[in-house]
Design a protein. Sequence first.
Length: 264
Amino acid sequence: MYKLLLATDKPEIMEAFQAVNSWESLGFRTPRMVSTAQAAIDSLKKHHADGIAFAFEQSDNDALMNHLTQDYPILPIITAGRNPGQVMDAVTELRSLLNRTHADFSDDNFGEADMLQLCRHEFFRGLIGGKVAEKTDVTRRLNLLRSRMSADKPCVLVELALPAGDSFLTGRWHYGSERLEVALRNFFGVELGGMRILVSVLPDERIFLLACPMLGEEAVDSISGVVHRHAEESIAHVREYLDLHLSIASVRVLSDLTSLATNA
């Protein structure tokens, strides 16, 4: 059974969690509940938690989030639902993630943090590919997956293209789009100028770079210029080592990460 911590001083949220009477069938013990941010910090020191939900005034939210970022960087955060249905939806999503991150991996070097990173890549690939509908879905998943990408700052989306008629993906490369994405991460994936740059290869074989400011970091003023230079340099390395001839097809500056939601 997984263990969940609820930290809130809002009666309606406490009542929503208390109204759920099927915790065992959801795969969880009855949540431990505390009413202050400091009590949540103390609880995490004494008791194991597989996930946390919290809701306070902004200053307490920030203090608790800072503590989680420093000491519990892979502890999933779920939305503190205000009715039992919302609670059950959030907990079901958390259980699905925990089942993956707590799986028995045959490779001893691949653990919970590695699986969480893989889930992040899957999420961003889906976000770029139009698989995320609402802005709230973006922020919810960023918290759940403990991504440090900021949801509300300008970011850059770059589409890369192959020369017309190039058969690299269908001919010379025999390992599929996901393996190509893994290979390209070695060239494009980096933290640069207060941003994290990710590469995604979509199932239709389109290739994108997403550059987004990280929480707690100040991005450089000309984010598109930094990303463009990094892309050009990385393209040269890809050409040299993989004989894959990419070019920049387009560069878009987005108002924020949530603008990639299809209903934004």
